[in-house]
Design a protein around this ligand. Structure first.
Ligand code: PMP
Length: 426
């Protein structure tokens, strides 16, 4: 038995499925999850000391690489002053100001401790603000695991085949309308029928929880138009895309201004953090100014603020995203070329530091239905082949991949060479 297998078997006795988040169990690909001992830069090291080049990056947060010295320094300095006070600190204001400066649609922001909390709170705020109950989401998008949003969801819910979870009351799910991503007509039709009842549209501006699907031209624009027309709150869930695809998030890249934005992952630099923010007129409905309630014992935690603030400073460097995007494109195109040379159909999507590989004969993948038609068996074999070679990809065909600024050109070249060897064995 490997060290990971021993650790996993012990974990399963005391933790459901052995893990604290389902996809980590490798249920999407089979086999035993790799137990991580430590990480540095672009690399993970397992409990036996094997090195893996990491394209998961803790599912997005580690955009400047693991254990970046500048981030560790501020975390250590801040922790030495105390871990949590439950009272305001100046760091929270610095963090809020930084987010407001980088994301033009955000005038005020509230910190929470996870992406799930951010989206759940944004939905409550939109409902409280509009006095309406219904919300629109898109099939295959994942917005965390709160009841209203766990309907036809992506990510682990999709990997495990339970996109709509037992335990979500039918009455709650009934207020969630699920439409097809990138299908503007269905959005227009739904709003023409019941637009006045819809509190919010929540959308991943780039869908990263059904692999990686880019918005087709006009889709995000349509969402903005119908929301303006029906006074519905447009929520961009940028928990994944925020600061990942552009310094100004997906909304900066595509030049669409949502009413509310949810953030997470990168803004915590690896610490547990989320946030939601937007126009002052909506945010002022929140307690203690307004009556929509939301709170958190550890919200705005000083150590998390310090890690996130430093990460945002690092990614604000000139050309950071340009270099990241270039590296990510080279990686995805390189892997695709090797697949095709080996006679394997592969389509790719790339935006900023995020990518999707699709085992498919389709030239271009832009819908949930196309993602579902991809060859999952081939993906599993590819995943395990790469893992064996020392390259750690997301253990699911329904997750985007992430590159960090710590990945060197040599890492990218080595990954493409490994992919070639693996394809030739498939
Ligand atoms: N929204 C999106 C777009 C996400 O990708 C995720 C997590 N992958 C969430 C929300 C939920 O965030 P968390 O896991 O921090 O609760």
């Amino acid at each position: 038995m490997t060290e990971s297998a021993i650790l996993f078997s012990e974990a399963k006795k005391f933790i459901p499925g052995g893990v604290n988040s389902p996809v980590r169990s490798f249920s999407g690909v089979g086999g035993t999850p790799v137990y991580i001992d430590h990480a540095k830069g672009a690399y993970l090291y397992d409990s036996e000391g094997k090195q893996y080049t990491d394209y998961v990056g803790s599912w997005g947060p580690m955009i400047v690489g693991h254990a970046h010295q500048d981030v560790l320094d501020v975390v250590n300095e801040t922790a030495a002053k105390g871990l949590s006070f439950g009272a305001p600190t100046e760091l929270e204001t610095l963090m809020a100001k930084k987010i407001c400066k980088l994301v033009p649609s955000i005038e005020q922001v509230r910190m929470v401790s996870s992406g799930t909390e951010a989206t759940m709170s944004a939905i409550r705020l939109a409902r409280g603000y509009t006095g309406r109950n219904k919300i629109v989401k898109f099939e295959g998008c994942y917005h965390g695991h709160s009841d209203s949003l766990l309907v036809k969801a992506g990510s682990g819910a999709l990997t495990l085949g339970v996109p709509s979870s037992p335990g979500v009351p039918a009455a709650v799910a009934a207020d969630t309308i699920t439409l097809t991503y990138n299908d503007s007509d269905s959005v227009k039709q739904t709003f023409a029928q019941i637009g006045e009842q819809i509190a919010a549209i929540i959308v991943e501006p780039v869908a990263g929880n059904m692999n990686c699907i880019l918005p087709v031209p006009g889709f995000l624009e349509t969402l903005r138009e119908v929301c303006d027309q029906y006074e519905t709150v447009l929520i961009f869930d940028e928990v994944m895309t925020g600061f990942r695809v552009d310094k100004h998030c997906a909304q900066g890249l595509y030049n669409i201004k949502p009413d509310l934005t949810t953030l997470g992952k990168i803004i915590g630099g690896g610490m547990p953090v989320g946030a939601f923010g937007g126009a002052h007129k909506i945010m002022s409905s929140l307690a203690p100014v307004g009556s929509v309630y939301q709170a958190g014992t550890l919200s705005g935690n000083p150590v998390a603020m310090a890690a996130g603030y430093k990460t945002l400073e690092l990614l604000s460097a000139a050309n950071f995203h340009q270099h990241l995007a270039e590296k990510t494109r080279l990686l995805a195109e390189g892997i695709q070329a090797k697949a095709i040379a080996a006679g394997i159909g592969m389509s790719i999507n790339v935006v900023g530091g995020m990518f999707g590989l699709f085992f498919s004969q389709d030239d271009h993948i832009s819908s949930f239905a196309q993602v579902m038609r991809c060859d999952q068996e081939l993906f599993k074999q590819f995943f395990h082949g790469m893992l064996n070679e020392g390259f750690y990809l997301a253990p699911s065909a329904f997750e985007a991949g992430f590159v960090s600024s710590a990945h060197s050109d040599a890492d990218i070249t080595a990954t493409i060479a490994a992919a070639e060897r693996v394809f030739n064995q498939l």
